[in-house]
Design a protein around this ligand. Structure first.
Ligand code: SAM
Ligand code: SF4
Length: 352
């Protein structure tokens, strides 16, 4: 069966349909995903992003994968919030290295209306003024806080669903799945785009991965960016010592996400440092069109490695890819196009 002329943007994929796609013979799945990718994206373009940890460590939550939880001894020591000038310096160097999106991450459970949030809003304004897309990943957010970030020029807000609703409860107990969907809903009430995805390699079943994709597909419009993390195992966390995810599982997740959410940026995120150039090339062929890169060779903390700007520039050159310019995403929603429709935990369970 040939791939339909232009892959539809759908929100009603059944789990059976997703399973049928995901379990296709691998190269057929990659071919279909690559075909869909070309219908919505310039296949030569790669969005290069940079994570900046503006507040590191001492997080009260118990996310079983996380280096920054105060519940686990991972060797990551708490740090004070970065000064705005330091953030702007990192952002300017990132832009000079081809980065188009800077993501400000805080080891917080939620945003609090205090002086630290005022400083984050100021950072968002400053990095936006550098001509970069700014994303924040600060934990849970209410609507008023989402509006403040929107007024400051925030481009995207990251809040991952991480896994299926059922499996999620086995890895995080301090924040519910409904809390996560609620934050996504609050962001959706603004013009800020949604970045939401999850992690594979947590010990989940394939069905959990497919249910996670089904949750993401039910968000209307689809999250504008979908990070697919591979568990980056951190010594001292409960999930250290897991069996590593085979690269074929990563490629299947990327390709399936691409076909389900054709217009979204699919980002190959944590765990990419573990993949060879050839394995990454297959992920890009399967529709991953966004990566995190770094001058420090790690993501938010030294516990989670990341390829460097130089290594990525070399890889993109070998593969004939170019870094996408800021605000140059042809699929980004225009103002007013956002429909506020986010699934509820009940609806996730129902469509399972
Ligand atoms: N504290 C904020 C929160 O939890 O919403 C944002 C920071 S957290 C780094 C953002 C996401 O990174 C998590 O939701 C998770 O999906 C991913 N992540 C964190 N640690 C990871 C790891 N060791 N391996 C893979 N993904 C990870
Ligand atoms: Fe805290 Fe976020 Fe890490 Fe969870 S993922 S422990 S909320 S920093």
């Amino acid at each position: 069966m040939l791939t339909p002329m232009k892959a539809d943007i759908r929100h009603d994929w059944s789990l059976e349909e997703i399973r049928e796609l995901h379990d296709l013979p691998l190269l057929e799945l990659v071919f279909r995903a690559a075909t869909v990718h070309r219908q919505y994206h310039d296949p030569r373009e790669m969005q290069v992003c940079k994570l900046i940890s503006i507040k590191t460590g001492a997080c009260p939550e118990d996310c079983a994968y996380c280096a920054q939880s105060s519940r686990y001894s991972t060797g990551i020591s708490p740090e004070r919030m970065l000064e705005k000038e330091a953030v702007l310096g990192l952002a300017a160097r990132a832009k000079a290295s081809g980065v188009s999106r800077v993501c400000l991450g805080a080891a917080w459970r939620e945003v609090k209306d205090n002086g630290q949030f005022d400083r984050v809003v100021d950072m968002v304004k400053g990095v936006t003024d550098l001509g970069l897309e700014v994303c924040c990943t600060l934990g849970m957010l209410n609507e008023t806080q989402a509006r403040r970030l929107e007024e400051a020029g925030l481009y995207a807000y990251n809040h991952n669903v991480d896994s299926s609703a059922e499996f999620y409860e086995t890895i995080i107990t301090t924040r519910t799945y409904a809390d996560r969907l609620n934050t996504i809903e609050n962001v959706r009430k603004t013009k800020v785009t949604v970045c939401s995805g999850g992690i594979i390699g947590l010990g989940e079943q394939v069905s959990d991965r497919l249910k996670m994709l089904q949750t993401l597909v039910a968000v209307q419009p689809h999250p504008e960016s979908v990070p697919i993390n591979i568990l980056s195992q951190v010594e001292g966390t409960p999930l250290a010592g897991q069996k590593e995810v085979p690269v074929w599982d990563v490629i299947r997740m990327i390709a399936t996400a691409r076909i389900l959410m054709p217009a979204s940026d699919v980002r190959l995120t944590a765990g990419r440092a573990r993949l060879s150039a050839t394995e990454q090339a297959l992920c890009f062929l399967a529709g991953a069109n966004s990566i995190f890169s770094s001058e420090t060779e790690y993501m938010l903390t030294p516990a989670v490695p990341s390829p460097s700007y130089d290594a990525d520039a070399e890889l993109l050159k070998i593969l004939g890819l170019v870094a996408r310019a800021p605000f140059d995403n042809p699929n980004a929603p225009r103002a007013g196009e956002l429909a506020n429709r986010v699934p509820t935990v009940e609806s996730c369970a129902v469509s399972a």
